[in-house]
Design a protein around this ligand. Structure first.
Ligand SMILES: Cc1cc2nc3c(=O)[nH]c(=O)nc-3n(C[C@H](O)[C@H](O)[C@H](O)COP(=O)(O)OP(=O)(O)OC[C@H]3O[C@@H](n4cnc5c(N)ncnc54)[C@H](O)[C@@H]3O)c2cc1C
Ligand code: SF4
Length: 596
């Protein structure tokens, strides 16, 4: 984070040489940059808006946007002057001019409060963490993946992890996908992290200066992506952070549930070591709530508490014989331990989401000869990512669509699952076709193990803590927060991640963790926020431009582990881009934000 300079994107002159560098926010790094972000949102913009309401243009001038300020300052008297100049009693024309004056005032206020914002390309807007995607693609193209990695780290602390597991909504919105294949954005992100990893032993661990963050002390409850992200950004701000984790390992689901063939444990361990190097204190085996540390004690010893307890409880199958099934989280967790669970020869998995795909593919790696997936709708309605479905099919999982289990019972050998055939009816409240049973078409599937993977709900012992009794939660258990700051209904208590969003994604959890870090710092730090009147005027290097050839429409194929090697263990399936492939892929980017 500290090494990244926006200036690496600027095409004018080196830092400090050009006149406009004096007022460019690109010269800020690390802590200063975050403080600038906080000050902009909490001080400069609200105060500017208020000033613009008193005198149009004053807010813009306060923000050092002289030209816009002068324009508004001229426009308003002009509009009022016109009214007065032609005043000879009331007429509709006057009403129009008064309306115009009011409109100028309203626009001046809105502009000072929210504008101007840097235009984002669609990929960046679709990313929950708003990672500046085309900029890091350009840095890859320029042969500087280290800077690209540092740039991505200004929004995400675990780039290598996200580069492997993100469902990449950015790629769905990539403009390149309109008449070709979208850029492999996540593959490029992973490439940058892999390059930095490859060089790390020579460079040694990054040196960290622990800054004084206004003596802010924060307790983070839960070490999943949300907790880690909040702890990381708070540590960049110089706060003293302690992470309390109920489990013996750090990382939340990244460490306990996501299978090793998608996220090798050493990737997470190395990125966690970086966070440890920042001086964040981690307490494992330290639950918060009944039986552990009380929230009241945390609030006494710290300035604020961030709840990032995830969505831990599996949704249960509610059919006769459900007690004969195994919880999917147990299967996934055990598969990551030393003693692999025995699932038997025939495994039946129920569900259509990513968790179900993970269980199926894990079961194959644990030695199951037949893995059957039961899903009550069709492939088109499956919530699982299409790539995951493809891989599961390629590896030999047998899919049964329009199939719903109605009973699990002991059979002659192991278990029997009675399955009801379904058909699709009119849309239900989720907008998807409602699955309806077809009478008299039940069938039976023999199994050694049945694993429902139907999702999770928000639950944690921490909610029974007396200090959290006033915590406002949604009906389904999610914690209610202010989406700008992640502030909960309780004073000095913030929350984020799956505990707020419900079962979601790691990148969403990290985005919320970052938001909470900035929100907590703004609310709780005893330090006066420095107000730097700087502007985001980053200009980019001249872009070499892409050649619109038929090949440019086709994306680089990520090399993958050969099928025959996959069942031999949990080796990583996706192998990553080499430098030439990553540059070719980055070169396909249309750099849409230059057109905005
Ligand atoms: C099978 C599966 C596969 C997934 N695959 C992907 C994927 O490929 N890509 C993706 O982006 N997302 C994926 N997800 C979702 C992603 O893992 C979560 O959205 C993300 O981990 C949520 O982060 P979090 O920090 O909110 O919670 P978690 O990661 O759940 O972390 C919460 C942590 O809080 C701890 N905790 C709970 N209560 C307490 C307490 N009282 N005291 C102290 N500690 C406590 C828990 O032990 C846990 O470590 C997957 C989820 C599952 C279940
Ligand atoms: S072409 Fe590049 S800038 Fe445009 S949406 Fe795709 S990745 Fe983003």
């Amino acid at each position: 984070m500290e090494r990244y300079w926006d200036c690496s994107l600027c095409r004018i002159e080196p830092k400090g040489k050009a006149l406009r560098c004096r007022t460019c926010s690109g010269k800020l790094r690390g802590r200063e940059r975050l403080l600038h972000e906080i000050a902009l949102e909490r001080r400069l913009r609200p105060k500017g808006a208020w000033l613009s309401l008193v005198a149009a243009g004053a807010g813009q001038m306060y923000q050092r946007r002289w030209a816009t300020g002068v324009l508004f300052a001229i426009l308003l008297p002009l509009a009022i002057g016109l009214v007065l100049a032609v005043w000879n009693g009331f007429s509709y024309g006057h009403l129009f001019l008064v309306g115009t004056a009011g409109f100028v005032l309203a626009v001046a206020w809105a502009d000072a409060r929210w504008g101007p914002t840097t235009p984002h390309p669609p990929c960046q807007d679709a990313c929950p963490a708003r990672v500046p995607i085309p900029d890091y693609l350009q840095l890859i193209l320029d042969g500087d993946p280290d800077q690209g990695h540092a740039l991505a780290r200004t929004r995400l602390p675990l780039v290598g992890v996200i580069g492997r597991i993100c469902p990449h909504p950015c790629e769905t919105h990539c403009v390149r996908g309109i008449d070709g294949e979208p850029i492999a954005i996540n593959g490029c992100k992973r490439f940058m992290a892999d390059q930095v990893r490859a060089r790390r032993p020579e460079a040694g661990p990054s040196k960290v200066v622990h800054l004084d963050g206004g003596a802010l002390r924060v307790a983070v409850v839960g070490s999943g992506p949300a907790g880690l992200s909040c702890a990381y950004f708070l540590s960049v701000l110089g706060a003293s952070v302690t992470v309390y984790e109920a489990d013996e390992v750090l990382g939340g689901r990244l460490a306990t549930t996501i299978p090793d063939y998608r996220l090798p444990p050493y990737i997470l361990d190395e990125e966690l070591a970086e966070l440890r190097g920042r001086g964040i204190a981690f307490r494992t085996g330290a639950p918060v709530g009944p039986g552990g540390k009380a929230v009241a004690d945390l609030l006494r010893d710290h300035d604020g508490v961030f709840l990032a307890v995830g969505a831990a409880r599996s949704v249960a199958l509610t059919i006769p014989g459900a007690e004969l099934c195994i919880d999917f989280q147990e299967v996934l967790r055990a598969s990551k331990g030393r003693a692999a669970p025995r699932l038997g020869r025939r495994v039946v998995v129920v569900g259509g989401g990513n968790a179900a795909m993970d269980v199926c593919r894990t079961a194959l790696r644990l030695g199951a000869e037949e893995v059957h997936l039961l899903y009550r709708r069709t492939r088109d309605e499956m919530p699982a990512r299409p790539e995951e479905v493809e891989e599961a099919l390629r590896e030999g999982v047998r899919f049964h669509f329009l199939a719903d289990p109605v009973e699990v019972r002991p059979g002659s050998e192991g278990l029997e699952v009675e399955v009801r055939t379904m058909e699709l009816g009119p849309p239900d409240e989720s907008g998807r076709p409602r699955p309806m049973p077809v009478e008299g078409r039940n069938w039976v599937l023999a199994a050694d193990t049945v694993v429902p993977a139907l999702g999770q709900t928000v639950e944690s012992p921490v909610f029974s803590d007396p200090a959290l009794q006033g915590l406002r939660r949604e009906r389904d258990g999610r914690i209610r927060v202010d989406p700008r700051t992640q502030r909960t209904s309780l004073e000095r208590v913030y929350a984020g991640g799956d505990a707020v969003a419900g079962p979601s994604t790691a990148v969403e959890a990290m985005a919320q963790g970052r938001r909470a870090a900035l929100g907590m710092y703004a609310d709780l730090a005893r330090e006066a926020l420095p107000v730097m009147r700087l502007r985001d005027r980053r200009l980019r290097h001249p872009f070499p431009g892409h050649r619109e050839t038929p090949e440019a429409r086709i994306r680089e194929e990520m090399p993958k582990l050969a099928g025959r090697l996959r069942k031999e263990g949990f080796r990583e399936v996706e192998l990553g881009f080499n430098p030439a492939a990553a540059r070719r892929e980055a070169g396909r980017c249309l750099q849409c934000h230059r057109e905005l």
